[in-house]
Design a protein around this ligand. Structure first.
Ligand code: PLP
Length: 359
């Protein structure tokens, strides 16, 4: 069986050697030694000042909206994982969907201003597949209209724009370290911000709003454990190698698919991508379904990241016109891409793709 992804696991002894520190102290959660070490290493790796390692990539989005005081309209992308939209709704805000750029699949910054109303408070956009949103244009719009910017960087760990981590943009950036992501800690996520006041809020939010017997603010349980932090520390040592291997596989796909009638998102020269996904866009949904069936019959399971377009979710009641997102989401398929995907597996996938077009 070949799935769209396969979780990278470090050698077992490497993991247990790291975990042993926590084990010996019998201190396995609540800001343990391994968590603090992971946070420090992530901050160094990403060159950011404030980073909070948390228990997933969804709660950190909720914390971001809450900390910035967002209660009304949030301009967002319809082309993302459902968590992006869900967090807006969960926090009692209204998602306002703006269509995506057909080349980057990220929110089309040139269409944002037309969606701003007197109730707009924030922009929450996703760096889809680790491809940057137009961070400069979005920043300019936010400054002009006094809006907060949050990036869902769940796919963006390891991606850079103009030599800076993609996770360093916006008022807040979040990331997911779920087992399906390019860098993972089993379950996990982080939140990055840039000023001390906001960071203090996050510190309290993450663990019930109190330290010992002193209660400071409302809070939630977004802490993560030493078992998870140990996985992060182990995987971080392998991360560069993982990305290079994924790059080699992605480039092999590129070579095999040259001249084949599927489109790929476009990345500009100033972007360093993390090869977190390998999306292809078919001309028609019919062809996508045909190909998917043939692959499934050979136990190969690509995924429709992302389908459906989030503005068409059954619990979204307002109508939005997002033709690019609706069209691409019906026709996009992520092919298997992971560290130990064999060249022969890519050959088989490509062969079946070719076949599915000729039937
Ligand atoms: C995975 C993902 C999330 C949610 O992260 P979890 O760690 O699974 O909660 C949010 N946004 C996007 C775009 C994702 O792909």
């Amino acid at each position: 069986m070949i799935n769209v992804t396969k979780t990278f696991l470090p050698p077992f002894e490497e993991y247990t050697a790291i975990l042993k520190k926590a084990w010996d102290k019998a201190w396995i959660t609540n800001n343990g030694e391994l968590l603090l070490e992971l946070e420090k290493k992530l901050k160094d790796y990403l060159s950011v000042d404030y980073l909070f390692y948390c228990n997933n990539g969804t709660l950190v989005l909720q914390m971001a909206l809450k900390a910035l005081g967002i209660t009304k309209e949030v301009i967002t992308t319809p082309f993302s994982y459902v968590a992006t939209t869900n967090t807006i709704l969960w926090e009692g805000c209204k998602p306002v969907f703006v269509d995506i750029d057909p080349h980057t699949f990220c929110i089309d910054a040139y269409k944002i201003e037309a969606a701003i109303t007197e109730n707009t408070q924030a922009i929450l956009a996703t760096h889809v597949y680790g491809i940057p949103c137009d961070v400069e244009k979005i920043q300019a719009i936010a400054e002009k209209h006094n809006l907060k910017v949050i990036y869902d960087g769940a796919h963006a760990f390891g991606s850079q724009y103009k030599g800076k981590s993609l996770l360093s943009f916006g008022d807040i950036s979040t990331c997911s370290f779920h087992a399906t992501k390019v860098f993972h800690t089993v379950e996990g996520g982080c939140l990055i911000c840039h000023d001390a006041e906001l960071a203090e809020k996050m510190y309290f939010y993450r663990s019930f709003g109190h330290i010992g017997d002193d209660y400071y603010s409302v809070g939630i349980n977004a802490k993560n454990s030493e078992f998870h932090a140990a996985m992060g520390l182990a995987n971080l040592q392998h991360f560069n190698k993982i990305v290079l291997q994924r790059k080699a596989i992605a480039e092999y796909y590129d070579e095999c698919l040259k001249g084949f009638p599927v489109a790929r998102p476009k990345v500009t020269e100033d972007v360093t991508i993390n090869y977190s996904y390998y999306p292809i866009v078919f001309d028609t949904e019919e062809q996508l379904l045909k190909t998917t069936t043939i692959l499934k019959n050979h136990s190969i399971f690509p995924r429709r990241y992302f389908y459906p377009s989030l503005n068409t979710l059954p619990f979204i009641t307002s109508k939005y016109s997002t033709p690019n997102s609706e069209s691409i989401s019906r026709r996009v398929l992520c092919l298997p891409l992971y560290y130990d995907l064999a060249k022969s597996d890519v050959d088989l996938i490509v062969e079946l793709l070719f076949k599915s077009f000729n039937k």
